[in-house]
Design a protein. Sequence first.
Length: 244
Amino acid sequence: MIEFQGLAKHYGEFPAVQPLTLAVRRGEVFGFLGPNGAGKTTTIRMMMGILVPSAGRVLVDGLDCQADAAEVKRHVGYLPDNPIFYDFLRGREILQFVAEMHGMARPAAVERAAQLLQEFGLQDVSEEFAVNYSMGMKKKLGLACALVHDPAVLILDEPINGLDPRAAREVQDRLIASAAAGKTIFLSTHLLDMAQRMCNRVGIINHGALVATGSLDELRGASSDNSTLEELFLKFTNEDSMAA
């Protein structure tokens, strides 16, 4: 469903993302893990056509994320780490606007927006300007925008940052159910307990390079122990142990 073919990004001599080759299967939750500055967000921005790769490409259901960017966006729901909204639109108006941008007629957009506002607990603030929302409320609204057109693929950058524990668990459960229904989910996170609970497989990136990929059991096999995902992450991102 998602295929990385030698995807890379350089800023001058600095390799922000080293050539990345990876396949994400249809219907799986794939966690993209790494320390701060490892290249997670840069990779996601290339997937969404926001950044132009220095080399390689990403395909979503056979569509090139650069050459076919408009068509890719029809199939993808995207949540940035820090959602930013127009300061003159209310929460309800933003959701309706996004729905209409995806081709929904006004009545359907109004109905879909009301449904998602209810599901994400934003109905009481739907008439407030989104710029005044808390970080958690902005994250919920951003996720609702990503889901409004019922996409086959979700690309989520730190999807539960800023959420309280109950809301975070509700979002996790929703994403797990979405994957069970056939959606493909690619998410970055620094919350390793969440990744261990949600993800079928993970990829660990460090200094722009993919250093490990697989299910938890596969990663444990590679390290010859029964470690938690947190312990494996620390091992794979520790340069001293990797060099040993």
